[in-house]
Design a protein around this ligand. Structure first.
Ligand SMILES: [Zn+2]
Length: 427
């Protein structure tokens, strides 16, 4: 059965062409945008074309933040003037700021400097991702507090705006956006990311001379919440139709790229996993669903909506799987369960899956979109692909279709289908 699943994925998959459509024929699909609505309609039509047993939408309101068309960061030192490659962080207010820059390595350092040093300044969060981590998500986790909480922390001490070094292990010219959160206790100030190349240059300037100034402008804005949807495709279970095994990815993506790895890949793999099982004639015992979650990037409203929906209908979700770490070669699965026996049982599938390159089975995080289902007892499972190149593209203008490899994408879809099959065979 596993052989048949991989054969189907590698010879007759549609996930690569679905990804091309999502990336190339639909505008950027940040929550609330025209592209997001088109992505909902497209994935719904794929499920319908493939004759899934049931296809439905779950309605909700989502944030509607717009980047605007202007964003600039100009650095003026005694010896140089330079325009930096910058982008607003998702959720940032628009505005202009002018002032001296100070670099800090951490939120704690900002606390220790306090109002005396920070007031009236532009704060530059300069700590790079730690390159010594083998798993790059650990490097991301060790850095992202600067992006998420930095702006309000700086505003607390009177800063005018913040810059953050992009969350990228590579030195290049792409600024990487991502979500941030304002603390309502402090003024909202513009928050931007700059490319890693520019961040390294700026830090060198600040270390070698004084009185470096920045001028910042961005015209992003937050509009009223907008109606949007999760998209669900379902294959009905033959023995336990009231018990669910789901897989999914998030349909929304940051607006500066095509959202190919994040998370177009996870969406098309999830659709493909169920399509493969259906097309090889497999009759699932439990009800299987592929869920296209909306609004993972800046609110996770789709995740909350799906879990609340499941609760209200008393649907029992036994396993929830997510692909949201890029469309790279799959290596295994992260299993989010406090029950060691459950982790051990799923890790026990390694011997069946190792011939297909899947060897990494560990306790770990399942994913943002399936997380809320854990409360009702679902075992959450994250597809774990190779992570070395993910942050080269994450939330940046180079997260485009051309950077997804067809075979790697298909192997991920097959890995998901294979594990769904194995889980479906359990009681
Ligand atoms: Zn994502």
């Amino acid at each position: 059965m596993i052989r048949r699943i991989f054969d189907a994925a590698l010879t007759s998959s549609r996930c690569y062409s679905d990804l091309r459509h999502l990336c190339k024929n639909i505008p950027p699909r940040l929550s609330g945008s025209e592209g997001a609505a088109k992505a909902v309609a497209f994935t719904q039509s794929v499920f319908e074309t493939e004759n899934f047993d049931r296809v439905f939408l779950q309605e909700m309101l989502v944030p509607n933040w717009k980047r605007g068309n202007k964003c600039s960061v100009t650095i003026q030192s005694k010896t140089a003037k330079r325009e930096l490659k910058a982008c607003a962080l998702g959720g940032s207010v628009g505005g202009a700021a002018d002032g001296d820059i100070i670099a800090v390595r951490s939120l704690e350092q900002l606390d220790s400097l306090g109002k005396k040093y920070v007031e009236g300044k532009i704060v530059f969060f300069s700590r790079p991702m730690e390159p010594r981590h083998i798993h790059t998500f650990e490097a991301y986790g060790g850095c992202v507090d600067q992006r998420w909480a930095g702006p309000s922390k700086a505003a607390k001490y009177g800063a005018k705006a913040t810059l953050v070094r992009s969350m990228n292990l590579r030195e290049d010219e792409f600024p990487h956006t991502g979500s941030m959160s304002y603390d309502s206790a402090w003024p909202k100030i513009p928050a931007l990311a700059i490319s890693t190349e520019d961040a390294t240059w700026l830090l060198q300037q600040l270390q070698s001379q004084q009185g470096i100034r920045a001028s910042i402008y961005t015209n992003c804005e937050t509009r009223p919440d907008t109606l949007s949807h999760n998209v669900v495709g379902e294959l009905r279970g033959s023995l336990f139709p009231e018990q669910f095994i789901i897989c999914g990815g998030h349909l929304d993506a940051w607006d500066n790229g095509e959202g190919a790895h994040d998370d177009g890949a996870g969406c098309v793999q999830s659709m493909e996993a169920l399509r493969i099982l259906k097309n090889i004639g497999y009759k699932p015992r439990h009800t299987l669903r592929a869920v296209m979650f909306m609004n993972e990037e800046n609110g996770a409203r789709g995740a909350k909506r799906y879990a609340a929906w499941a609760d209200s209908l008393k649907e029992k979700h036994i396993y929830a799987m997510e692909s949201d770490r890029g469309g790279f070669s799959p290596r295994g699965f992260a299993i989010d369960s406090e029950d060691a026996a459950v982790v051990e049982k799923i890790a026990g599938f390694r011997k069946l899956l190792e011939p297909y390159g899947l060897h990494d089975f560990k306790k770990g995080g399942g994913g943002v979109d399936i997380g809320p289902l854990k409360k009702q007892g679902a075992v959450c499972i994250g597809l774990v692909p190779d992570s070395q190149r993910y942050f080269d593209h994450h939330h940046a203008a180079n997260d485009i279709f051309e950077h997804v490899n067809k075979r790697e994408l298909e192997l991920g879809a097959a890995a998901m289908a294979a594990l769904i099959y194995l889980l479906d065979q359990q009681n």
